[in-house]
Design a binder for this molecule. Sequence first.
Ligand SMILES: Nc1ncnc2c1ncn2[C@@H]1O[C@H](COP(=O)(O)OP(=O)(O)O)[C@@H](O)[C@H]1O
Ligand SMILES: [Mg+2]
Length: 345
Amino acid sequence: MAGVTLNGLYKRYGSTSVLEGIDLDVEDGEYIVLVGPSGCGKSTLLRCIAGLEEITAGTLEIGGRRVNDLSPRARNVAMVFQSYALYPHMTVRRNMGFALEVARRPKAEIREAVEDVAAMLDLVPLLDRLPGQLSGGQRQRVAMGRAIVRRPDVFLFDEPLSNLDASLRHHMRVELKHLHRRLQTTVFHVTHDQVEALTLADRIVVLHQGVVQQVGTPRELFDRPANTFVGTFIGSPSMALLPAVGAGGTVRIDGLEGELELPGEGAMTLGLRPTDIEVGRGPLRGQIEVIESLGAEALLHLDLGPDRKLVAQVPEPCQAQPGEVVSLLPRVVHRFHAETGERLP
Ligand SMILES: Nc1ncnc2c1ncn2[C@@H]1O[C@H](COP(=O)(O)OP(=O)(O)O)[C@@H](O)[C@H]1O
Ligand SMILES: [Mg+2]
């Protein structure tokens, strides 16, 4: 088991810069989830930690030891890929034990380690099958099992649940949480699934164009996003961003009637989450364009004026009708700098 420290970590391919100075201190046993748009450098970061890519500048420490120049195997990390990357001609048993076989561990030890982990993951009945004879979910569990058998200091998961259907993904999410509680191993987990990030992470790292935007607990990121990027990236449906101007304790959204009691002078950007909008009273007015029912809740898509849209999430049954004009009260308002997008104090 080990903590991981990244210090000013850069990765460049020729003149293409992918990671732009990543600083991150991860405690032993922490579950870190990395999120960010496609191409922002998530996989590159995992591959740098794994030793599959050379680090251009900066240092990487695992368990307090600089490992920049260590081979992947010497780092004692285990990676699970979206594609699972199982050896197709090897049985599940051999796939799971292969790393130990390569490390020339005694046969009896390998058998015991594989059977232990197979029991943990309900894989015992599948041990003598080939990957081609397994379902997607079973293959995913074998890939996970293969990583666990090695008892690594750090797990690196690159979108490991992305190829599963929704219900299996939910099941595996719960199983992962359970496994982590048992094993207490440090995890870096890349995902583009909001729910996965919010439910699994001790802390979430939001990456954008190779730069860390914010690191924090799911609650911190949701309640106090550091900038408009994090504000709109975390939370679904997204926070609406509206340009506004403040003066003397009130703020008015550009082009709209109605004042909000908020501090701040001059131009700013307001961030409003669907879950924070009360419908039926308040200083703003909007026309309902579309109602999406999600069962327990409904999403009201509201038109407040030219280029001023907002989504409000309300409990079902919802009495509102499309076309209706309603009053709106934002219960929580995030304020950001009009130019930099940074959160205002
Ligand atoms: N071997 C490589 N050579 C050049 N560019 C690469 C290489 N690998 C990745 N990149 C670039 O690095 C960026 C980040 O890629 P990646 O880490 O895979 O993003 P993510 O996993 O966040 O979607 C992308 O723009 C990608 O094109
Ligand atoms: Mg990737």
